[in-house]
Design a protein around this ligand. Structure first.
Ligand code: SAH
Length: 366
């Protein structure tokens, strides 16, 4: 069988270099050999571990966040709750359990899962089947109506493009082949069009030689939610690793079995992701008419939602081992030297719902 790498190389030979977003889309989602098409990547046996997998408290607090917004929306019944990229379904499971503490909310809630991977869909079906989720491939398949959206580590998986400032101006960094047929980054032609893709502030100030990343799919999503929440009640919460102010620097990375590997060498075998530009995301949502809360660090957000109280309540009466596990999980989530600040939360909502719960203190995104 021809490997995905060989197919990509053949395509580059016949059509020329691919944009990084084309390369990423195929490496992650090729129906036969894409990374997400074939495997279950999350958890200790997979390639990386995510926040919901570290502590049940993460999903529970997000469930309470949803309940709080639902109340502020005027308690609509029914209300759609959509999770983007639910992975193994662990966060949704924890979220639903916490939502049950607000029975009217739990009853009104209709769970929707937006998932590209057939493997993960099957796992979500197993874990969440009792909640009768509706699975869709994209957010624009959802009917109109009051909507809550949650997503952890979804935006970082969307394909990006890279632009590089050279002596003759901006050009796109593409994936091509070198003289020996090895996959490498190559520079496209310098063009005004490439420069126009760069956020304005960076277009003028970026140092020669620097690389700027853009994520058209994330901006399109922000605009879609922004337009929707300008028209009808709703709020969306995104948690991801990223930065709060436009900046230059390549952040694309590849992970395989908890180790960093080359992004180009083994398409389909490694997870590819890039840091989220929250400033650009916020700007696209605002331009479409929605309000934006944050970004604030994951640490600030979880503390504001009462992570310590929740932990104390769970630890009470638990065995010493369970208590130690609960404490270790939460400590990782809010670690000021690691996840607690590398990850940030941002909310896009109808203007009347801002600032969203957990963001009331404002926040400089640090
Ligand atoms: N939220 C989960 C999983 C994060 S991994 C957690 O925190 O554990 C990224 C998830 O997004 C996976 O479920 C992946 O299959 C899904 N995904 C990636 N790109 C997608 C796309 N374009 N459309 C829908 N789902 C996508």
């Amino acid at each position: 069988m021809t490997s995905l790498g060989e197919r990509l190389d053949r395509r580059i030979r016949s059509e020329g270099p691919l944009s990084l977003s084309q390369f990423m889309a195929l490496a992650l989602h090729d129906p036969e050999a894409g990374y997400y098409a074939r495997r279950q990547p999350i958890g200790r046996e997979g390639d990386y571990v995510t926040a919901p997998e570290m502590s049940q408290v993460f999903g529970e607090l997000i469930g309470l966040w949803c309940a709080e917004l639902w109340t502020r929306m005027g308690r609509p019944d029914p209300v759609m709750l959509a999770e983007l990229g639910p992975g193994r379904g662990v966060m949704a499971e924890d979220l639903l359990r916490a939502a049950a503490a607000v029975p009217d909310f739990r009853r009104a809630l209709r769970l929707h899962l937006v998932e590209a991977s057939p493997v993960l869909r099957a796992e979500q079906e197993r874990r969440l089947g009792r909640a009768e989720p509706r699975c869709v491939a994209s957010l624009d398949e959802l009917p109109p109506g009051p909507l809550l959206v949650v997503a952890n580590e979804f935006l970082d998986a969307l394909p990006i493009r890279q632009l590089r400032r050279g002596r003759e101006g901006w050009s796109e960094r593409l994936v091509g082949l070198d003289a020996d047929g090895r996959r490498v980054f190559v520079g496209g032609p310098a063009s005004r069009a490439a420069g126009l893709l760069v956020p304005e502030r960076l277009r003028r100030t970026a140092e020669p030689g620097s690389v700027v990343e853009i994520c058209p799919a994330a901006l399109a999503l922000a605009a879609l939610l922004g337009e929707r929440f300008a028209r009808e009640p709703g709020a969306a919460l995104f948690i991801d690793y990223g930065y709060g102010e436009a900046r230059a620097g390549a952040t694309l990375r590849a992970f395989r079995r908890h180790r960093a590997v080359s992004a180009l060498d083994e398409p389909g075998e490694a997870d590819l992701s890039a840091a989220v530009d929250f400033a650009a995301f916020a700007e696209a949502a605002r331009a479409a008419g929605a309000a934006v809360s944050g970004p604030v660090t994951q640490r600030q957000f979880l503390l504001a939602l009462g992570v310590e109280m929740r932990l104390a309540a769970l630890a009470k009466g638990a065995s010493p081992e369970v208590r130690a596990r609960l404490e270790a999980g939460v400590a990782r989530l809010i670690d000021p030297g690691d996840m607690g600040v590398l990850f940030q939360a941002i909310a896009v909502s109808s203007p009347s719902l801002a600032p969203a719960a957990g963001f009331e203190g404002g926040g400089a995104g640090r």
